[in-house]
Ligand binder design. Structure first.
Ligand SMILES: Nc1nc2c(ncn2[C@@H]2O[C@H](COP(=O)(O)OP(=O)(O)OP(=O)(O)O)[C@@H](O)[C@H]2O)c(=O)[nH]1
Ligand SMILES: [Mg+2]
Length: 399
């Protein structure tokens, strides 16, 4: 009798599973792990850049890694990279997998993550149906009663403003608007309301904040974000061929992140002119490392600005270097990969000078903390030509 019941129960699971599309009735095979697992997806405010998105990833990865310690079965689906505002050469491109930029095994060593295409391959006719799509919204007044408190409440009138990364085979059953502020782990309260949900998605994943910033767990997660090995190899080859360095911590060049575009237009109080940049770099190098003549410049600037900067630096005796990808490298690495190569080269320099409050600069500073550079070589910034020049905040590694 017990055995009969067990078969009946297994039969039910099997049929259910098939209804949800995780078993193949013809071959009578089920992916049992997949059947048990539950998945969280998130998306980020469309205009946000690559480097803030990397921090949003860390918030979710830490949330899931913490939960895994309590035998929680949820996995995090890595949201593909799709049509980022700054990635001009890829306007018509298809979604890019995380493996293009990161070492997935290393990410997996920290948190239970999975690429979206891995999940698709396990669902019936390649359709992914999200049980609940939570659209997170900011509270109109985050400091109600003069205090920033963790809170959430259901809202109304919201839409999903993303594109499911260009996939037309992602659907959802219900959309739920939620005003949210505070620590990301409070999202579990929402998830717990519907225990049978298997796929849950959060739009505006940038709204929840880190539970704890700068802790050992934060840095363990950050360290696990190793880059794809082809990008590392290309950066190292450039360092060896052009910058005379085969070490991890180079002494032969100084690097600069010269953020232009929207920064040069809308943050004039924080960024210098071309001439101002040349003057500051020269003063900095003469003071800190007078024997160095190689300057590596990472920038999103226009060619005309870069040529002017280059010729002015050359005229006072510096050798100026840019990583310029070949057509096939650009095609292979994409704008995102080329930006990472710039970041890797900046990370290994004897000294780094960044742009104030640029997340692209922050990620280089973190990388240098991981490499073990002295903080005086890392937390340097370009100042505006005139006016106040606040020191950059130092985020030191915790091992
Ligand atoms: N190749 C290259 N691309 C850059 C460089 N600086 C900026 N970019 C591009 O512009 C994007 C910058 O956007 P974010 O990643 O948001 O960083 P940010 O705009 O500096 O910082 P926010 O203040 O958070 O917006 C990068 O992702 C790159 O695509 C650079 O030095 N080299
Ligand atoms: Mg940005």
């Amino acid at each position: 009798m017990i055995i009969k019941l067990l078969f009946l129960f297994l039969g039910l699971i099997f049929t259910n599973a098939n209804n949800e599309g995780y078993c193949d009735l013809k071959t009578k095979t089920c992916d049992h792990d997949f059947f048990k697992e539950k998945f969280i997806l998130y998306d980020v405010n469309p205009p946000e850049g690559f480097n803030l998105r990397r921090d949003v990833y860390m918030r979710f990865a830490i949330m899931l890694s913490d939960a895994k310690k309590n035998k929680n079965e949820w996995k995090l689906i890595l949201p593909p990279w799709y049509r980022l505002y700054h990635w001009r050469s890829e306007s018509k491109s298809s979604p890019i997998h995380w493996s293009k930029f990161f070492d997935i095994e290393s990410l997996k060593s920290f948190a239970p993550v999975v690429e979206l295409h891995e999940v698709f391959s396990k669902t019936e006719i390649n359709i992914l149906n999200i049980d609940r799509l939570y659209v997170l919204q900011n509270f109109p007044d985050p400091f109600e009663d003069g205090e920033f408190k963790d809170k959430w409440e259901f809202g109304e009138d919201c839409d999903y403003d993303g594109e499911f990364w260009g996939y037309n085979n992602i659907t959802f059953t219900e959309i739920v608007c939620v005003k949210f502020q505070g620590r990301i782990s409070n999202l579990w309260e929402l998830i717990a309301l519907h225990p049978s949900d298997k796929f849950v998605m959060f739009a505006h994943g940038e709204i929840p904040l880190h539970d704890h910033y700068g802790t050992k767990t934060f840095w363990d997660c950050r360290k696990s974000m190793k880059f794809n090995k082809d990008l590392i190899e290309t950066a190292k080859k450039f360092m060896s061929e052009h910058l005379d360095c085969k070490e991890e911590k180079c002494t032969s060049y100084v690097s600069v992140h010269w953020r232009r575009q929207d920064f040069a237009r809308s943050r004039r109080k924080d960024v210098p002119s071309i001439q101002g940049t040349v003057k500051q770099l020269d003063t900095f190098i003469k003071k800190n490392t007078p024997n160095v003549v190689n300057v590596f410049i990472a920038s999103d600037g226009q060619n005309s600005e870069l040529t002017q900067l280059e010729s002015q630096l050359k005229s006072i005796g510096y050798r100026v270097h840019f990583f310029v990808p070949s057509m096939s490298e650009l095609d292979d690495f994409k704008d995102g990969g080329v930006a990472i190569i710039d970041q890797i080269i900046c990370s290994h320099a004897a000294y780094f000078i960044g742009t104030f409050e640029s997340t692209f600069t922050f990620r280089i500073q973190e990388e240098r903390e991981i490499l073990g550079f002295d903080s005086s070589t890392t937390f340097n910034r370009l100042c505006p030509d005139s006016g106040k020049c606040e020191k950059p905040s130092k985020w030191s590694i915790v091992n």
